[in-house]
Design a binder for this molecule. Structure first.
Ligand code: SF4
Length: 449
């Protein structure tokens, strides 16, 4: 049962030392009760109080880890209904489903495709996270052979899908110890599934065919049987019904601290769709609300890239733009005669400019100013990319020592800063560059010292 703010307050040191970032222990207690801070933020909580507060401090949605090594990914541990309240933390894993009835060469090709697929955006490598293997044949040996063949081609974690515990047990033996998810325990088989999951030390998905009451009843039984790492499949297979169920689960977990539904959710957009296009729409819905794993039935790079980008955007902290470190960046081995440009440290801005500088083949320097991760125009409007900021970056980075000229190119969007910047940087000539990054190569071709 969750503790109220006042109950938590009684267990805190009550010194109001402010080290947690809040003015009083009571303010911290209220935030802890609302699950908006971590208990660790107070360094003075006693061991006894920590134990008593564990229920209040435990995440309302359990954190589940799947996979191992570089392929490990985690789901759950979310604390808000809407990302603007704080942020969403753990991106839903994207998986491709294959069936053990497919021809061996097709399975191999699919596994290799997903294994090697990756795209980079704003310096972040985006990939699929798992492969789901379904025991469509119903035969345990065929299933185990398929799992073994897939494992020979990838270290991606698997979702092993069968309604027969003995088939999952046989597949688990071939899986290679990469912490798969077993799918799924149901009313009919949950005891046998619990035994397999327990023996293998792996996570178990739970599927309901009769709504959330049945789901909660099953997770309670499994939890009492010692299975802590559960993933929910509430069962709905239409867009509206599925959205309603996933939202209700998130609400019950966060707002009512309802432990039986405090687990991440697995979804199957292909099962709510009548076409590949509809599958993508459903997958996008699940990215936004509130899937932990999304198992697709089709893989197409033209679909994977926008889905991964959507996922990246939804799971970016809205209060902290993705940024790069301020400083001096080199492109194409610049020398003392090379041009010097400047921009802000917003990742999208940096990578747009960096891509053009690199692609131009022309040696150049880029001075990236600390604009709190904002883009050029936003930062300028907020007073974070002004003449003073740029001049400070020039002086503190020592970029002048790398040059035998004193020319600095600013983005065309902030041409208005040139006069003020020349006042801040005596002896420097401020040049106005293009407004758009795409025009930088042409600008560099005619740039003269
Ligand atoms: S750090 Fe702990 S003791 Fe200090 S104000 Fe915060 S809750 Fe109170």
């Amino acid at each position: 049962m969750a503790l109220s703010g006042l109950e938590i307050y009684k267990l805190l040191p009550k010194t109001n030392c402010k080290e947690c970032g809040f003015p009083t222990c009571l303010a911290f207690a209220m935030k802890l009760a609302a699950k908006q801070v971590e208990l660790d933020a107070c360094p003075y909580v006693s061991a006894e109080a920590k134990e008593a507060l564990s229920a209040a401090a435990a995440p309302p949605i359990r954190l589940i880890k799947l996979g191992s090594g570089r392929r490990e990914f985690q789901i759950g541990n979310e604390t808000v209904l809407f990302r603007h309240e704080k942020t969403f933390f753990n991106k839903p894993g994207l998986a491709l489903r294959i069936k053990d009835t497919e021809p061996a060469e097709e399975i191999t090709a699919k596994v290799e495709t997903v294994h090697t697929y990756g795209v980079e955006r704003v310096g972040i490598e985006m990939t699929f996270n798992a492969i789901a293997i379904e025991n469509a044949s119903g035969d345990a040996d065929t299933f185990a052979r398929t799992v073994a063949a897939a494992r020979a081609k990838t270290d991606l974690p698997f979702v092993l899908m069968s309604n027969r515990a003995e088939a999952l047990k046989a597949a688990l033996a071939q899986e290679g110890g990469h912490k798969p998810l077993l799918y799924a325990a149901t009313v009919e088989n949950w005891e046998a599934m619990a035994e397999v999951a327990k023996a293998g030390g792996v996570s178990l998905a739970v599927r309901s065919r009769d709504g959330l009451d049945e789901l909660a009843d099953l997770t309670t039984k499994l939890s009492n049987a010692g299975i802590a790492d559960l993933v929910l499949d509430p069962g709905s297979r239409d867009l509206a019904g599925s959205l309603a169920q996933l939202t209700q689960i998130r609400r019950l977990a966060l707002k009512k601290n309802y432990r039986p539904l405090g687990y991440p959710i697995i979804t199957f957009p292909g099962e709510v769709a009548s076409s590949e296009e509809e599958e993508v729409v459903a997958a996008a819905q699940y990215v936004a609300k509130y899937a932990g794993i999304i198992v697709l039935d089709h893989f197409d790079p033209a679909v994977a890239y926008p889905l991964l980008t959507l996922r990246l955007n939804i799971y970016t902290d809205p209060q902290k733009p993705i940024s790069v470190d301020p400083g001096i960046y080199e492109f194409n081995h610049p020398g003392a005669d090379s041009p010097l440009l400047t921009t802000t440290n917003f990742s999208l801005t940096y990578f747009s400019v960096a891509g053009e500088l690199d692609g131009s083949g022309i040696p150049s320097w880029l001075l990236v100013c600390d604009a709190e991760g904002m883009s050029v125009l936003t930062a300028w409007a907020a007073g974070k990319f002004d003449a003073e900021t740029i001049a400070k970056a020039v002086k503190t980075t020592g970029v002048a020592e790398k040059l035998n000229h004193r020319k600095l190119t600013i983005p065309g969007h902030v041409a208005v800063l040139s006069g003020e910047l020349e006042d801040e940087l005596p002896g420097w000539e401020i040049q106005v560059g293009p407004r758009e990054a795409v025009d930088i190569p042409a600008y560099l071709k005619v740039w003269k010292q």
